[in-house]
Design a binder for this molecule. Structure first.
Ligand code: ASP
Length: 452
């Protein structure tokens, strides 16, 4: 059995729905279908999830939300009209959209999560109706019915183990396809919690694990995952096959094709993932498989990711290596302000702490730097906002002693200063910290060294 998940652009219009229907009906094994909310129809368009966020904010601010409701309804109406569905379908979806503003939520976070989740919820209802009108036997399955239990933050939930216990008992009737909305589950108290953005990938992976799929097909709008971002490197090579851990490292550092947390349920269930293109379903796409199935020593590296979403705190203090409790005090400051950090490479007299900038605001940064100066009395402290991380990833790195050397050469030969370099213990990735303005050039130089 295969789980197939379709991304937002694959489900944005009636024409795209048509392709999805062909893909699911072409293969009997494609039994579980996971939807995203309607995504962008063209460059500059707005995803329905973003419209729902706007709607939620207007409700919270007591603003007039008539127009945004109209816009959201019109997105679903376009699709329903394309298939000439009965007016009762759009009426039902509209009622649910309008009903959101009239529902009481325990707080703003819960309200936001419920609004956001409706993008996928309504699209799954719609897709199921369309399949039925096309004579394809299918059912809509609400996450609650399937027992998808989550915990943690309402807008950044984690899957609870109970979900897998519940999914063991979940049965899909013979000869029927099941359409699940992606992106959300229910807390044990019955409230809607969403995963982080792009989280329909997580739903697909979770169902693949819980329902013991043989393959998880993740349909998006590119033919494959490429060695580097094609907006940065011209015509990069496609990756045919990669390991779970390679994908995890690359998506963490900026590869957006597959959501970075989504690989975990696939790893736990050992379900291979195939990233494919809805607009070109015959292309092989990229296979993401467990490490033991992958041995390709001819590839020294698999991918080069770059993320510009970081900031770094550099602290210098002589004899830092001899001081007991320095890092502890630093961590206590992070704890005080509820800050998590991404990396902390250190030297004998200094250390750099790298943060995800998107999780910090200006006031917190001010407080943090103030406390570090006060408590730790560093000789020098610098906050760097223009910090980028390049991640060079490959199972082949461990088999080649010269990879780091070649990367350093490719950068220094082109006058790109390296602020930090770190190779993880697993020896499948090398992380390089550089100034943001050098990032694109650096990716190109590394790509040239290994692929041209
Ligand atoms: N619709 C959600 C988002 O835009 C989830 C997803 O597309 O996977 O983040």
């Amino acid at each position: 059995m295969k789980v197939v998940k379709f991304g937002g652009s694959s489900l944005a219009t009636g024409e795209q729905f048509e392709k999805v229907i062909k893909i699911v009906s072409d293969d009997f094994e494609r039994k579980v279908i996971v939807t995203s909310a309607p995504g962008k129809r063209f460059a500059g368009d707005t995803k329905v999830t973003d419209l729902l966020i706007e709607y939620a904010k207007m409700v919270l601010e007591n603003e007039d939300y008539t127009n945004i409701v109209k816009e959201i309804v019109s997105r679903y109406r376009q699709i329903s009209d394309y298939f000439q569905l009965d007016e009762s379908v759009i009426k039902l979806l509209k009622e649910k959209i309008v009903g959101l503003a009239k529902t009481d939520f325990s707080d703003e976070e819960h309200l936001m999560a419920a609004f956001k989740a409706h993008g996928e919820f309504l699209n799954a209802i719609l897709l199921n109706k369309v399949l039925n009108t096309k004579g394809i036997k299918s059912i809509f399955v609400d996450s609650k019915e399937a027992g998808i239990i989550v915990h943690g933050k309402p807008n950044d939930a984690d899957i609870s183990n109970q979900t897998y216990v519940n999914l063991e008992k979940f049965e899909i009737p013979e000869g029927t396809k099941a359409v699940f909305p992606g992106f959300f589950g229910y807390s044990k108290h019955g409230s809607i919690y969403t995963f982080s953005r792009g989280g329909s990938d997580i739903t697909g992976a979770m169902l693949s694990r819980g329902l013991h799929a043989d393959l998880y097909e993740n349909f998006t709008d590119v033919d494959a995952i490429y060695v580097a971002n094609n907006h940065v490197v011209k015509h990069p090579q496609a990756i045919k096959k990669m390991s779970y851990r390679e994908m995890r490292e690359l998506s963490y550092a900026g590869f957006s094709v597959f959501q970075d947390e989504a690989i975990i349920p696939a790893v736990k269930g050992q379900v291979p993932v195939n990233v494919k293109n809805t607009n070109n379903p015959d292309a092989d796409g990229t296979m993401i498989v467990p490490e033991q199935f992958l041995f390709d020593p001819s590839n020294q590296i698999t991918g080069i990711a770059c993320s510009k979403r970081f900031s770094a705190l550099y602290i210098h203090r002589y004899l830092l290596n001899k001081e007991v409790g320095f890092t502890l005090k630093l961590l206590q400051i992070f704890y005080k302000y509820n800050i998590s950090y991404e990396h902390m490479p250190s030297g004998i007299d200094d250390l750099t702490v790298i943060f995800d900038r998107t999780k910090l605001d200006k006031t917190t940064i001010k407080h943090l730097c103030h406390d570090v100066k006060e408590v730790l009395q560093p000789d020098y402290l610098e906050w760097m906002d223009d910090y980028a991380i390049i991640m060079v990833v490959g199972e082949g790195i461990a088999h080649n002693v010269n990879t780091i050397g070649e990367i350093i050469d490719s950068l220094t030969e082109n006058n790109i200063a390296i602020h930090m370099i770190n190779q993880g213990a697993s020896r499948i990735s090398i992380m390089i910290g550089i100034q943001e303005s050098d990032a694109d050039n650096a990716v190109n130089q590394i790509y040239k060294k290994f692929f041209n």
